[in-house]
Design a protein around this ligand. Structure first.
Ligand code: SF4
Length: 452
């Protein structure tokens, strides 16, 4: 625990978090977007006061790293001077295209605002931990399905209009569905769930609620005499926020991602300056480690994409780097045991053809870049680079190699997949069929041969 905040808390400007490479600040603009000039101003501040690296997280927050106590204060003053109001309190998150997506089921912003007001009125903000969050998802082209939350409200169509599916403790796939109700009831159940979480203490999350409490939340409808609605969930898996997305009136927004969620601030400045020249008026942060560019004429999207690709940004959803989650690792993070980003770049270059699954490369067992399980995880530890199969970075690796040699071990696994997979079989399915023992054996093998 440091003078600023405990590890794992959400570090807003006033409470930066200690990491292996100094203090880290995480911020979300209240407006949900920056003008390109404001983003340039912020990136210049990051260059002046941080280590020159900026990040967009999987949840769509902006992070500035490598700060000291003094420089964090200077950064906060400059953010203030730029007039950027940052979000505080319980995060009530809507999708990056909320209110402007012609394909959304409902604009989630009015309900999000009502939940925000109700949470404030109930005095819950100081009683809830900093990572407790609510998602209000209007559906559409960029859903919030991949974002984990304590309470989720998702718009669905019903015969009598729009209703909201209320679920808790998870992402769009694994959260527990409690009810499908109108907006008023959705707000009330959300606040009731948060109140139960608050009663368990500031370390608690909705996943800590008992089965009895969940039943009582779902049954709350009956107590209040409300009728549960039935709705139809729409659409398949949400797209990655990369590439053009149609908006109203034949316009498009263009999604451009940061490789592994991270980019030098000067490259962000270069891209934002090019965007200004091409007519961009607004840049939004998007879950999935991306920036959405809005306002530029449609025929400038291609030149903007070309500039971004030249600068090293991810401009195609098929880019193999989108399949790899890699934390800063060494040398950026003091806890890191392996050079995660170098390993990731080598693997993305050499083995793009088999990367149809999530590969997590973690500097240590903390697993910052991908807290959930991944098909394969290369994790740094005192025995070198461990390989974990179908689990999180915290699990016991099935095999080890020296850290500098991890990409070569992965290439052995990639070669095994190429030779063993059946026609039409995905690499992910092939991995499952091969099983952890064969995969770990292959990963270790190259090392054995090298020793001969
Ligand atoms: S997982 Fe990566 S970023 Fe997180 S503490 Fe370990 S090395 Fe540092």
């Amino acid at each position: 625990m440091n003078a600023f905040s405990r590890r794992g808390a959400c570090p807003a400007l006033s409470a930066p978090m200690q990491t292996g490479d100094g203090l880290l600040v995480r911020l979300n603009p209240v407006a949900g977007a920056f003008s390109p000039k404001l983003l340039i101003g912020l990136a210049e501040s990051a260059l002046r006061h941080g280590n020159g690296i900026m990040e967009v997280t999987a949840r769509g927050s902006l992070q500035i790293r490598g700060l000291t106590a003094d420089s964090a204060a200077l950064l906060a003053a400059e953010v203030d001077a730029l007039g950027i109001a940052v979000r505080t309190g319980v995060p009530i998150e809507t999708g990056p295209l909320a209110g402007i997506d012609p394909q959304e089921v409902a604009d989630p912003r009015p309900l999000a605002e009502r939940v925000r007001v109700a949470v404030d009125e109930a005095g819950l903000t100081p009683r809830l931990g900093p990572k407790v969050s609510v998602v209000v998802d209007g559906g559409g082209q960029l859903t919030m399905d991949a974002v984990t939350a304590d309470v989720r409200l998702k718009a669905v169509r019903a015969d009598n209009g729009i209703v909201w599916s209320v679920s808790v403790a998870g992402d769009g796939q694994n959260a527990k569905v409690l009810a499908t109700v109108d907006a008023d009831a959705a707000r009330d159940i959300a606040v009731a769930a948060l109140r139960m979480v608050a009663e368990k203490g500031r370390e608690a999350h909705a996943r800590d609620l008992s089965e009895r409490q969940l039943v009582s939340l779902a049954g709350w409808l009956c107590l209040t005499g409300l009728r549960e609605a039935s709705g139809r969930t729409e659409g398949g898996a949400s797209r990655k926020p990369i590439g053009p997305f149609p908006l109203a009136g034949d316009t498009f927004t263009l999604g451009i991602a940061l490789p592994y969620g991270s980019m030098p601030a000067d490259k962000i400045i270069d891209l934002a300056q090019s965007a200004v020249t091409l007519g961009t008026t607004e840049i939004r942060l998007a879950p999935g480690r991306a920036l959405l560019f809005l306002g530029q004429p449609t025929d400038t999207n291609q030149p903007l994409q070309t500039i971004a690709a030249t600068l090293g940004f991810v401009t195609s959803a098929a880019d193999p780097r989108t399949r790899i989650a890699a934390c800063p690792g060494t040398p950026a993070c003091a806890s890191g045991r392996i050079a995660t980003r170098d390993i990731a770049e080598t693997i993305a270059t050499e083995n793009a053809d088999i990367l149809d699954f999530t590969l997590h490369i973690s500097g240590c067992a903390k697993g910052c870049a991908h807290p959930g399980p991944a098909a394969l995880t290369i994790v740094g530890g005192e025995n070198g680079a461990g390989l974990v199969v179908n689990a999180t970075a915290k699990a016991l690796p099935a095999g080890y190699r020296p850290g500098y040699d991890a990409a070569r071990g992965f290439s052995r696994v990639a070669a095994l997949i190429r030779s063993a997979r059946f026609q039409g079989e995905t690499a992910a399915a092939c991995l499952t069929r091969l099983g952890p023992a064969a995969i770990a054996d292959t990963y270790r093998q190259a090392q054995t041969k090298k020793r001969k």
